[in-house]
Ligand binder design. Sequence first.
Ligand code: IPM
Ligand code: MN
Length: 361
Amino acid sequence: MKTHKIAVMGGDGTGPEVTVEAVKVLKVAAAKFNFKLDMTDFDFGGERYKRTGETLPDSAIEEFKKFDAILLGAIGHPDVAPGILEKGILLKARFALDQYINLRPVRLFEGVETPLKNKGPADINYCVIRENSGDAYVGMGGVMMKGTPNEIATQTAVYSRFQVDRCLKYAFEYARKYGKKAQGKSDKNTLALCGKTNVLTYLYDIWERAFHEMGKKNYPEVARDYYHVDATCMWMVKNPEWFDVIVTGNLFGDIITDLGAITQGGMGIAAGGNINPEGVSMFEPIGGSAPKYTGKNVINPLAAICAGQMMLETLGEEAAAKKIDAAVRDTVAKKLKSLAAGKMGYGTTEVGDLIATAVAQ
Ligand code: IPM
Ligand code: MN
C-alpha cells in the first residue's frame, strides 16, 4: 500500500479548525481508496511565535523536505504585527521549498451564489497560475530617512528569465492537459498571460517574449492570449467565461485571485497549492485566519478540504481526489445554505462530517 507523508500545519485563528476537517476527510478517502497518510502535526504560528519568538526555523524547512506534501491552515495573528508571520512562515516556506507555482482554480460550484450577475458554473471555471517565487515578494529594496518627511521606500519587482521560463512551462503544460476549449474565443485550450506591458516595460516584456517564444516553439496546440492586469480584473467580472488558464506574476496573481475567489463564492471555498513540481508542495485555503470566527465552529472548512483534494491530485491519488471533489460539489448544491461563516446551516465540524460521509459512500 502506498504511504504519503504529510506535514500538517494548522497555524493561526480558524486554521487549525478547518485543517482538522480536511484531515478527517483525507483519512476517510485514504481508507476508501487504499492508500496511507502518515500525518505529522507542526505548531508553527502566532501562538508559538508569542511564546518562543520563533516563526519557521531552518530546521523545520529541513524537516519538511522529508515529507511528500504540506497541508496548511492559515497564518496571521491579531497580536502579531502584520508581515512577521506572513514573511516568517508562509513566504519562508514558499521560498525555501522553492514552491514556484501557486495554482489557484476559480470554479463556481452549482448552487453557490456569486456576486456576478447572470453568471453561472459554466462561466466561472478557470484557473490562475500565479508565479510564486519572484516579483515584489523577494524583499529587495529598502527604506531611508525613515520617519522623516524625506523618507524614501523601494520594493523592487524582480524576475529572472529562469523564473519566468519555469513558470511558463508549468502553465503551458497545465493548459494543454487541463484546459477547456474556451468558449467563443478559440477552439483550442488557451493560456492567457496577465501582465502590464504598457507600463512595466521591462518586467512584463521579459514575460511576454518568453511566453510567445515558448508557446510558438513547444506548445502550438495551446492558444495564446494576453491581457493587461487592469483589464483582466474587468473581464473577470464582465466575461469570466473568456478565461481558461491565466498565468501571471506573483503580485498580480495575489490580487486577481482574491477577485477570482469572491466570484466563486468567497474564501470559504477557495483553495490553492504552492507547488514545487520537483519537490515538496504546500496546499492551503487561500483565505486568512479569520480571528473573529475562531473557536466558534462557524468557519467554512470547504476551502481547506478542497486544498486537501488538490494535494491528493498532486500526489497522484486522482480517484480519491475526484471523489472529494464530487462530495464537495454535491454537498454545496444540496445541503449548504451559504458558504459564508455562520450562515452555512451547519457548523464547521458538521460540514466536515457531511463531506467525510459522502466520500465514504
Ligand atoms: C496569499 C496571501 C499571502 C500573499 C500573504 C498572507 C503573504 O495573501 O496567499 O494570497 O500575499 O501571498
Ligand atoms: Mn492573497
